[in-house]
Ligand binder design. Structure first.
Ligand code: DLL
Length: 433
């Protein structure tokens, strides 16, 4: 099985644009007539639904932000009556109220289709047994993958996250062939399997579908090595649908975007100007198939660029390059812009160091100061001053090569950095305390 919906995945781009325009118009109409917020926004720039005649008109629509959704908590941006909403999810926000999203039955069907396409592109077949180690709940990750997997006809094992030893036991007993989770939890699971004396050869695992957090190529290599799998990643966010917006095919050359469901743009985060393909900026997405809570030009804060070259897999869609981080993740250390992902890529795979890390950010004058906390594989090294200093120096050097500045390094005992069961908390921000 190479495609789930070959017609859509290999659609001629001119035909795609026609579908996009038709769906965009419908979405704008739905928003304008059903959501007072959008009516006001569109009126403020003189755009009424009838004025949309080309995809270029999208540029005229003001951006929508997370704050807009929050300001209308919980249901203020819903474009369908509550009796048509059959499911609610909410984002995993760290502060304040969550952002709530509602799905109609059509939305759920569309979501299962979007997800199934990405999973098949990443190698899933109806013969696979897939363990979903995302947390089931308001978070969209588990349910999104769950219905996508069923739609493909594979077997779902809904273990949810946590209870790691039991998960590994089930993985072995059930003959699980594919694992779903965050990269950080999948690494932790691999460590636990090792502690339990279970080797990758004892398992039938062959695929990993990872997502929901930023991770580097180095982390992928680590996951592929430890589990003996082909690891792909997929991208999405609760506001847009959950997972299902874009995902890698087996060639791992960027994440194919489900473009007749989501129109992507890349903007300069400072000016809002739309950037050409290949230029890095903030991802903005317009949903063109959603009924519950359609979003017009939603600013995701995720940073990457769009690839418009053909892919070996034959899909004709645009692709997102790996997310580099979020605009609100960026640290300014000694005047230099630093993304946590750059640190991860510098340190992952260093011998003697586990793949778990934490970045502690404090304030020194006008700039952020950064301490990188890393876990030793062998704690006895802490008693060997000479080797410890040498290791510290070499890590410092690696980070300087990637980021261009010196940071503080702290090496700690094995198993002291908290393991995540979902999205890892890599950055500990002490700046406002
Ligand atoms: O994390 C949806 C999802 C679940 C995607 C499972 C993929 C797999 P939220 O909790 O709303 O939704 O978080 C969305 O997570 O804006 C990104 O910053 C980050 N994110 C998601 N996927 C990736 C990825 C889900 N592949 C936020 N690479 C997004 C980097 C990712 N960051």
């Amino acid at each position: 099985m190479n495609y789930f919906n070959e017609k859509m995945e290999r659609i001629d781009r001119e035909d795609l644009k026609k579908i996009q325009l038709e769906r965009l118009k419908k979405t704008v109409e739905r928003c304008y007539h059903n959501v007072p917020f959008y009516k006001e926004r569109l009126d403020s720039v003189g755009m009424t639904p009838e004025k949309f005649t080309s995809l270029d008109d999208l540029k005229e629509i003001p951006f929508t932000t997370k704050a807009d959704i929050r300001d209308h908590y919980p249901y203020g941006l819903f474009a369908a009556p509550m009796k048509e909403i059959v499911r609610l999810h909410a984002s995993s926000g760290t502060t304040g109220k969550p952002t709530v999203v509602g799905y109609t039955r059509n939305d759920l069907n569309m979501w299962a289709e979007a997800m199934a396409r990405l999973l098949v592109a990443a190698g899933l077949t109806d013969e696979d047994i897939v363990q979903v180690s995302f947390g089931y709940g308001l978070f969209t990750g588990a349910f999104g993958l769950h219905y996508g997997i069923e739609n493909v006809g594979a077997t779902v094992v809904p273990t949810s996250s946590g209870n790691t030893e039991k998960q590994i036991m089930l993985m072995k007993d059930f003959g699980t062939t594919a694992l779903v989770g965050t990269p950080s939890y999948a690494i932790h699971m691999a460590e636990v399997a090792e502690q339990m004396g279970i080797k990758k050869e004892d398992l039938k695992l062959r695929l990993g579908f990872f997502g929901a957090e930023a991770s580097t190529e180095e982390m992928r290599a680590e996951l592929e090595k430890r589990w003996g799998i082909l690891a792909t990643e997929n991208y999405g966010m609760s506001e847009l649908v959950g997972p299902g917006v874009a995902g890698e095919c087996i060639y791992k050359k960027g994440m194919h975007i489900n473009e007749e469901l989501f129109i992507p743009e890349i903007i300069d985060p400072a000016t809002g100007e739309v950037l050409p393909y290949g230029e890095k900026g903030e991802v903005v997405v317009t949903t063109i198939c959603k009924e519950g809570i359609p979003l017009l030009r939603y600013r995701t804060k995720d940073i990457t660029y769009i690839i418009d070259e053909p892919c070996e897999c034959g899909r004709t869609t645009l692709r997102f390059h790996k997310m580099q981080g979020r605009s609100d993740d960026m640290l300014i250390i000694k005047g230099v812009n630093v993304f946590p992902s750059q640190i991860e890529s510098a340190i992952t795979g260093t011998s003697g160091i586990s793949p778990h890390y934490q970045l502690i950010v404090t304030k020194e004058g006008y700039f952020d100061a950064l301490e990188v906390v890393l876990e030793l594989v062998d704690g006895s090294l802490l008693n060997n001053y000479k080797e410890l200093v040498a290791l510290e120096r070499s890590i410092k050097h690696k980070i300087r090569t990637v980021v261009g500045i010196d940071v503080k390094i702290k090496l700690v005992n094995p198993n002291t950095i908290e393991r995540s069961q979902g999205k890892a908390k890599r950055v500990v921000d002490l700046r406002n305390q």
